[in-house]
Design a protein around this ligand. Structure first.
Ligand code: DTR
Ligand code: CA
Ligand code: ZN
Ligand code: ZN
Length: 323
């Protein structure tokens, strides 16, 4: 199903989708390399490693989209819609049910991209989201190509593995976050309260590949926090609660209506302290992301290690929390 609807009909699209959610995920046996041994349930398997080379390939494509569209992927600019179209095609090809939700902000059309993985309990929906828009100053590769690519590759891993989670999985890419969390707020407001109450948790990923990064886990829902923290501490990486972010990204739209939220962040414009360098390496007195909201937020502004660990943490959290 391909939907591109004006704001007023977005609710109808959500209701129409609900009927599709009970359908079965593509059979694991149809996926090359998927487990087929009798008694082996895909549900019991651990999350796969997310290949950072795949995540970086998505970032290369987002960079090309920005370069071809005046250097950015900002709300209302052609690079934003091109980013949506690009991701949608990948998700459609992998078997997701995608919806483009249009909204209007200050006279300009914005878009959210929603991708549902068929199957799972429609009354228990686990969501992961990232904003796909950049600021006008640059390509927005760390902010927030990184979160967008991290959840995209996790979604594609769900498809590759033929994952059959107990909960229903939904991935989302938000428009106009940089103008005040506009797209995510529009999505939450457009959901009938019955649909809203089915969302058991929302995980947000905004800036997960800082070059001088740290590992900040949102200090919110304890189960989501411990899934993300558990992965990182398990690979020997210390975390800190996020103090730069409360209310500053799309999780706030969900938290505001009582949905449990969490997420991971590798830092923005704040300076790394000497104590944080002890923990994570990097440079003290320098911003976690020195190119935050600047023209230099390009493909060169990505820390491969932060991006890799963060992407693996996303997959771990999705696999764990959906079962
Ligand atoms: N919302 C981000 C910047 C940001 C600042 N603090 C946090 C904490 C957690 C996630 C994101 C952020 C931006 O898009 O500019
Ligand atoms: Ca990895
Ligand atoms: Zn951001
Ligand atoms: Zn930003």
């Amino acid at each position: 199903m391909k939907i591109s609807l004006p704001r007023r009909t977005a609710t109808a699209a959500v209701i129409a989708l609900a009927g599709l959610l009970a359908t079965t995920a593509p059979a694991a046996s149809a996926v090359p390399g998927a487990p087929t041994a009798p008694g082996t349930s895909a549900r019991a398997l651990a999350a796969p490693d997310i290949p950072v080379t795949n995540v970086k390939a998505h970032l290369t494509q987002l960079q090309s989209i920005a370069t071809a569209n005046g250097g950015n992927r900002a709300h209302g600019r052609p690079g934003y819609k091109a980013s949506v179209d690009h991701l949608k095609a990948k998700l459609d090809a992998a078997g997701f049910i995608t919806t483009v939700q249009q909204f209007s902000y200050l006279g300009t059309t914005g878009y959210n991209l929603i991708a549902d993985w068929p199957g799972g309990d429609p009354n228990r929906v686990l969501m992961a989201g990232a904003h796909l828009d950049s600021v006008t100053a640059g390509a927005g590769i760390n902010d927030n190509g990184s979160g967008s690519a991290g959840i995209l590759e996790t979604a594609l891993a769900v498809a590759r593995e033929g994952f059959k989670p107990a909960k229903h999985l939904r991935f989302a890419w938000w428009g106009a976050e940089e103008l005040g969390l506009i797209g995510s707020r529009d999505y939450v407001n457009s959901l009938p309260s019955t649909e809203r109450s089915k969302i058991s948790g929302y995980l947000n990923f905004d800036m997960i590949g800082a070059t001088n990064g740290g590992y900040f886990v949102y200090d919110d829902d304890p189960a989501i926090e411990s899934a993300l923290k558990g992965y990182l501490t398990g690979i020997g990486v210390a975390t800190e609660p996020d103090t730069e972010g409360d209310g500053r990204s799309d999780h706030a739209s969900f938290k505001n209506v009582g949905i449990p939220v969490g997420g991971l962040f590798t830092g923005a414009g704040r300076l790394k302290t000497a104590a944080q360098v002890q923990k994570w390496g990097g440079t003290a007195g320098r911003a976690f992301d020195p190119c935050y909201h600047r023209a230099c937020d390009t493909l060169a502004n990505i820390g491969d290690t932060t991006l890799d660990r963060s992407s693996d943490a996303i997959a771990h959290a999705i696999w764990t929390l959906s079962n």
